[in-house]
Structures are given as structure tokens and as C-alpha cells.
Design a protein around this ligand. Structure first.
Ligand SMILES: Cc1ncc(COP(=O)(O)O)c(C=O)c1O
Length: 362
């Protein structure tokens, strides 16, 4: 726990918290934050540079507060990949899906929220910062999602916000659309919202929950361009929901929160989606290759529909193995589970370096 000086009038409920802190240390193979290892192609780089040059002429003006053109482009992407018919009125965009999560808490977090842990660590952290009571729902002992347990915990606690992360970070497992739609009915029963965090959706073969919003207006889907679109540095996340949810986002957003530069470059990346989603296929193939190689080393992997793998079955502790790999130049993630480590799928050279280092230190 951090120690704070007595003169600092920090809110008492924040003093026990620690800031988000995935180590940002130099490594030959950076496989710790589920980034996409493929940088923008030279073509995309120059299209981005051109878009920035164009927008530079207007930087004396505030951006479009409602990011309308970008939201139209995002809705057309979702319509294409999920065969639905939504419009910009169903989309809200922000600086990364973390800002979307924060806005959801600001708008709807007056009472309580539940998530099924271990899951994305920022859900409870943002809840606490926003002053929302957080409930740790549980998963199976092997860390996979347990539908019946989740259902009874939702019925017991009646949280305003129920978070499902699918595929889940850090475990990798996905929840079927049938189970999500059943939980949507349960959540509607007490007037809550079902927040489905689909940061890794493009890497999964499950149907997206965006297909549910027509029938279930209290389902909100969070997406990001940080992973499949290889755009983590640009910071662009969005939600897909009923237009009334989007209206509520406008109450809590800061004016002009999304810069003209961000809006312009995100539209360029969406134009290049064929190329970018091609890399997703490469990463899925590499994921399956890594799973086989980890198994061949006697390790156990959790099923993954994402761009990372959670593995166990090593004799060192997780911090020991993490450190030994870092000493070999390979940075993966100790997610705080004593016998598990998580590795993000890298490029060919990184994946090779990871397996080579692992063979040496296991
Ligand atoms: C499940 C999940 N949601 C949201 C995020 C945040 O992504 P971003 O803010 O880059 O969109 C992450 C990042 O790792 C994640 O794993």
C-alpha cells in the first residue's frame, strides 16, 4: 500500500488503492500487455500522417464534440462484422475502452457492480475510484466461467452493473451468446445493465453480444481498437448500446474529450480494416501454435479465444519464472495468481524467443 502525507486531503476511500501498473520495462520480446505485435504497415503509416497533416490546419478549433463521422465509421464496421443494422446513435467513443468503463461508472455506478474474478483488473479499480461498491463474483477453480454460479450471484446481489468479460482477461475463455442472453434476462429482472467487455472479440469465434442490443436494451458492449486494430497508442475505445445509453454518456463526458487527431486517425485505421484484421488471423494461428508448444513442454494452458494464453504447471512460483524469463529478455505478465502466468501472442521472433527462454528456465 502507498503511504500518503497527512497534509494531502486525498479521499479516504482512495488511500488503500494502488495505481494500475503493468511494468513498462525494456525487453527484446514485449509480451505482457496484450498489445498487437504488428506495427501499422508503411501504407497505413503514411495515410495516418496525411490525415494528421490535414487536421493540423484546424487545430485552433475544438473537435467535433460528438465524434459523429467516427461513430458512423464504427457502426458500419460493427454492421459488417456482425450482420446487424445499427447507426452512430448506438455508438459512443472515447480515449480507450478504459474511459468508456469510467464513463459507465460515472453515469450508472450509484449503487453496486459485480464482475467474475479473476478478470480485467481495471473494472474493480475504476469502480472504487468512482465510489461504486464492487462485488467479487467467483469463477470455477480452474478459473473458467461458471454460468450457474454467476446467475445466482447476480440474483443474490442485484447489482446495477454486471460485468462479463468475454474472452476474459487474464483467463482467455469466452462465454457463449446463449449464456449472455440468459444473463441479460436475469439482469433486466432487477433493472440493471449487463456490461459485456469484448476487448478481444475479434480473436474469438463466439458471436458478439452486439447482436443482442435490439432485443435487450440494457446490454452494453465495450470494444476497443487497441488489440485487433493494433492501435493501442492512439487510444480509441467505444461502446455499442441502445441510443438511450449513449445519451447518458453525453451527460458524463468531458466537453471535447476526443481530440480531432484521434478521431481522424481512427477513421483511417477503420478504412484499413481488411489489412489489420488479416493480422488477427495470423495471431490466432500463432496462438494455436504456442498452445501446442506449451503443452509439449508439459505445461497446462487455459482455453483462449484472445491474443494471449494463461498457462500453469511450472514448478517455480509465478514471480520466479516471470523474473527468469525477463532476464532472458522476454517480458510476460504475472497477473497475481500464484501458479499462473499470462503471455501475449507476439510476432514470430518474439514467440520463438519466448519458447526458447522458457525451455532454458523451466
Ligand atoms: C478486458 C479489457 N478491457 C479493456 C481494456 C482496455 O483497453 P483500452 O483502454 O486500451 O481500450 C483491456 C486492456 O488490456 C482489457 O483487457
Amino acid at each position: 500500500m502507498m503511504s500518503w502525507p497527512t497534509w494531502l486531503p486525498l479521499r479516504a476511500d482512495l488511500t488503500p488503492l494502488s495505481p494500475y501498473g503493468a511494468p513498462q520495462v525494456p525487453a527484446d520480446a514485449a509480451m505482457n500487455t496484450n498489445e498487437n505485435p504488428y506495427p501499422p504497415s508503411p501504407d497505413l503509416q503514411s495515410a495516418i500522417a496525411q490525415a494528421v497533416e490535414k487536421v493540423a490546419m484546424t487545430l485552433n478549433r475544438y473537435p467535433d464534440r460528438d465524434a459523429t463521422h467516427l461513430r458512423i465509421a464504427l457502426s458500419s464496421y460493427i454492421n459488417d462484422v456482425s450482420s446487424i443494422q445499427i447507426t452512430d446513435s448506438n455508438i459512443w467513443a472515447a480515449n480507450g475502452s478504459n474511459e468508456i468503463i469510467q464513463s459507465l461508472f460515472l453515469a450508472f455506478g450509484g449503487a453496486s457492480a459485480i464482475g467474475f474474478t479473476p478478470s480485467y483488473s481495471m473494472h474493480p479499480l475504476i469502480a472504487k475510484v468512482a465510489g461504486t461498491a464492487w462485488i467479487d463474483g467467483s469463477r470455477n477453480l480452474d478459473l473458467t466461467f461458471n454460468f450457474d454460479m454467476a446467475k445466482s450471484q447476480i440474483i443474490q446481489h442485484k447489482p446495477t452493473l454486471t460485468f462479463l468479460t468475454t474472452p476474459n482477461n487474464p483467463t482467455g475463455d469466452a462465454i457463449s451468446i446463449e449464456e449472455i442472453s440468459q444473463l441479460a434476462i436475469v439482469v433486466a429482472g432487477h433493472g440493471g445493465l449487463l456490461i459485456v467487455d469484448e476487448a478481444y472479440a475479434e480473436f474469438s469465434s463466439e458471436r458478439s453480444a452486439v447482436t443482442l442490443i435490439g432485443a435487450h436494451p440494457h446490454v452494453v458492449i465495450i470494444r476497443t481498437m487497441s488489440k485487433a486494430f493494433a492501435f493501442a497508442g492512439a487510444r480509441l475505445g467505444y461502446l455499442v448500446a441502445d441510443p438511450r445509453v449513449v445519451d447518458a454518456m453525453m451527460l458524463v463526458r468531458l466537453p471535447y474529450h476526443l481530440s480531432s487527431i484521434t478521431q481522424a486517425v481512427a477513421r483511417v485505421a477503420l478504412d484499413y480494416r481488411e489489412e489489420l484484421l488479416g493480422n488477427v488471423e495470423t495471431l490466432i494461428t500463432a496462438r494455436e501454435g504456442l498452445v501446442s508448444q506449451l503443452k509439449a513442454l508439459g505445461l497446462t494452458t487455459r482455453p483462449s479465444g484472445a491474443n494471449f494464453i494463461l498457462f500453469t504447471g511450472f514448478s517455480k512460483t509465478a514471480p520466479q519464472l516471470w523474473r527468469a524469463l525477463l532476464e532472458k529478455g522476454v517480458l510476460i505478465r504475472d497477473v497475481g495468481l500464484s501458479s499462473y502466468l499470462r503471455v501475449s501472442i507476439g510476432n514470430e521472433a518474439e514467440n520463438k524467443a519466448f519458447i526458447k527462454a522458457l525451455k532454458e528456465v523451466l
